[in-house]
Design a protein around this ligand. Structure first.
Ligand SMILES: Cc1ncc(C[n+]2csc(CCOP(=O)(O)OP(=O)(O)O)c2C)c(N)n1
Length: 333
């Protein structure tokens, strides 16, 4: 049996398991609703990566900063956002975090330290670095975390920000979710060095590779990185390695994946974060009925969010179409 990490109680693990289930259920529902046409635009599910968002956010304070990605539902929920206003955003309702104008890829809730998600790969890294710079200048003790995929590590923003954060000892944690795919491109095809953490070493940044399916490993790596950042000793790069067990977005049938690849990864469903954390709780002695109850609580919570979106939320009116839209230029209707 895995050991309970120092600093966590079994009650903490139950809470983390609930958060994992909540993210899982949120995205299963989002997928359903996208397929039935209730949710528009692109929608990228986070499930099977829940250990990273949940383990990382458990080591943060509520007022620490995060930036997210196109695959950001998990980060936003784990940081403490409301599933109601998140789902309302996906439904394009006025009650959504961005009044329904941002959708799945642009969730933000500054009050929960969620500085924003972005559909541009690598584009969350600079604002997270900027938030780290602000924390350092204001001496407010906050840290900033940038979540991003392996695809983003081949963007210039990654190299530039890693260097700047290192040179200025900024309290920034670079959390790479290494799921080994960028849409239909295998990371191994587009990079010669496959260990992403080694790139951090090149910039003088403490860097580690961990199991991205293991919520405890993520929590422990984050705890150490956060402590270092709060001591004023600068950034950390965490490579949380796992495998994308689902399509790039909820409508992707993954026809580009070979049968051999699909067969190879089949065993990983046994160690994905929900299964693994459930197993831990039961092995630790928590009554299986209680564990089941936690799962059901997450299912019920998301059902309430669906009811909220479908029965209580408001469609935006046409006259608000250009309100809060900051693009410059002439509007031609
Ligand atoms: C700058 C930029 N280039 C290309 C794209 C198209 N695109 C969207 S998601 C994606 C793959 C991103 O892969 P990764 O960063 O590993 O994240 P993952 O989807 O695997 O979570 C690409 C290439 C984009 N949105 N932005």
């Amino acid at each position: 049996m895995e050991k309970l990490p120092e600093g966590l109680t079994i009650e903490d693990v139950k809470q983390m398991f609930y958060d994992i289930c909540l993210i899982r259920e949120f995205d299963l529902k989002a997928k359903d609703k996208w397929r039935s046409g209730k949710i528009g635009g692109f929608c990228h599910a986070y499930y099977y990566a829940e250990a990273i968002a949940v383990g990382a956010c458990k080591a943060l304070n509520p007022d620490d900063y995060i930036t997210s990605t196109h695959r950001g539902h998990g980060h936003v929920l784990a940081k403490g956002a409301s599933p109601d206003y998140m789902l309302a955003e996906l439904y394009g309702k006025v009650e959504g975090y961005n009044k329904g104008k941002g959708g799945s890829m642009h969730l933000a809730d500054v009050d929960s330290g969620i500085m924003g998600a972005t559909g541009i790969v690598g584009n969350g890294i600079p604002p997270a670095t900027g938030a780290g710079l602000s924390a350092k200048m204001k001496k407010n003790g906050k840290v900033s975390v940038s979540f991003f995929g392996d695809g983003a590590t081949n963007q210039g923003t990654f190299a530039e920000c890693l260097n700047m954060a290192a040179a200025w000892d900024l309290p920034v944690i670079f959390m790479c979710e290494y799921n080994q795919w960028g849409i239909g491109t295998d990371f191994h095809r587009v990079s010669r060095e496959h260990d992403i953490y080694k790139r951090g070493i090149g910039y003088g940044v403490p860097s580690v590779q961990i199991d991205g399916f293991n919520v405890f490993e993520v929590y422990e790596a984050m705890k150490e990185a956060v402590a270092r950042a709060r001591r004023g000793e600068g950034p950390t790069l965490i490579e949380a390695k796992f495998m994308r067990l689902l399509g790039h977005h909820v409508g992707d049938d993954q026809s580009y994946r070979t049968e051999e690849d699909i067969n190879d990864i089949a065993v990983l469903y046994e160690v994905e974060p929900l299964v693994r954390t459930r197993e831990f709780l039961i092995e630790y002695g928590v009554d299986p009925k209680e564990v089941e109850g936690i799962e059901q609580k997450a299912v019920d919570r998301i059902l309430r969010s669906v009811e909220f979106c479908e029965n209580e939320c408001t469609e935006p009116t046409l006259d608000t179409l250009y309100v809060d839209v900051f693009a410059d230029g002439e509007i031609i209707i």
